[in-house]
Design a protein around this ligand. Structure first.
Ligand code: OAD
Length: 255
């Protein structure tokens, strides 16, 4: 049962979307939580028992590449088993309603947005599906096929690493610039399932607001970005966002 306030916010979110012509979205791990992909920031500060700096930094990889591959192979195997949830579907449907005026910026590396049908996806933090050679730099799509414990490059036999942006590394610049462009030119900026603490991605939220967009946040709980949000939808995004779509369709007179 929705409270009156949460129902009002669902209606408001649908209204701002119905009145907009351009939409940009920033997603984080929470959008995939209902699919069964764990989020990052558990209260103990560990990722599935590992310290972040051990499994998600170039230094950690340099110290113990076997441990890092064990972690990413487990994440790849988990993602191979899961499916997009209604929040991913909502975002794919929204893109269909805003042809050429919709950008989905994601911090996620699980590929579930694309599996749900989203097309214009900017992956800020890389992809679990790809590897990059530490020697010849070749980037290869490995899909979610199982990889060796310490996979090596088919071209030069160098050690592969996940094609993921780790702490201390810079974002892929072209993708980042496209994300900034989409952020400053949208009328509605929807933020789904991110704790909004990892920069520069989180900075897009304030940038959107400064540039004049209406910011809508959908998260299980309020976050550090909630003060910036014009509308907050708090609860599981896979349950809330389909209700926004239903109201949006009513407002647009769609079946
Ligand atoms: P976090 O784990 O920091 O935050 C997940 C957010 O999702 C939290 O705010 C939760 O409240 C919210 N959440 C959980 N379940 C949800 C649900 N069912 N519906 C809606 N929201 C839900 O994940 P991110 O913000 O994505 O970077 O973390 C950002 C980056 O930190 C990641 O991309 C990763 C990590 O370092 C790299 O791997 C480079």
């Amino acid at each position: 049962m929705e409270t009156a306030e949460s129902q009002r916010n669902i209606d408001l979110a649908a209204e701002v979307l119905a009145n907009a012509s351009t939409v940009a979205v920033l997603t984080g791990a929470g959008v995939s939580a209902e699919s069964g992909v764990p989020t990052f920031r558990a209260s103990d500060g560990l990722w599935e028992g590992h310290r972040i700096e051990d499994v998600a930094s170039p230094e950690g990889f340099g110290r113990n590449p076997g441990l890092v591959w064990q972690f990413y192979n487990a994440r790849r195997a988990n993602v191979a088993k899961v499916k997009p949830n209604p929040a991913h579907t909502f975002l794919a449907q929204l893109e269909d309603l805003f042809p050429k005026a919709f950008t989905l910026v994601t911090q996620n590396v699980d590929g579930l947005h694309q599996l749900a049908g989203s097309r214009n996806v900017l992956e800020l933090h890389g992809s679990l599906r790809r590897t990059r050679c530490t020697v010849c730099e070749e980037v290869r799509d490995q899909f979610l096929d199982p990889l060796a414990e310490m996979p090596t490059c088919v071209l030069c036999e160098g050690l592969l690493r996940p094609d993921i942006v780790w702490f201390g590394e810079i974002l892929p610049q072209e993708i980042w610039l496209d994300a900034v462009e989409a952020t400053i030119s949208c009328e509605v900026f929807l933020v789904v399932g991110t704790s909004a603490v990892v920069h520069p991605a989180a900075g897009l939220i304030e940038l959107a607001q400064t540039a004049g967009a209406k910011v809508v946040e959908a998260n299980l709980t309020p976050t550090v970005a909630s003060d910036v949000a014009d509308i907050g939808l708090y609860g599981p995004s896979g349950q809330l966002l389909p209700q926004v779509m239903k109201r949006f369709r009513e407002l647009k007179g769609m079946a």
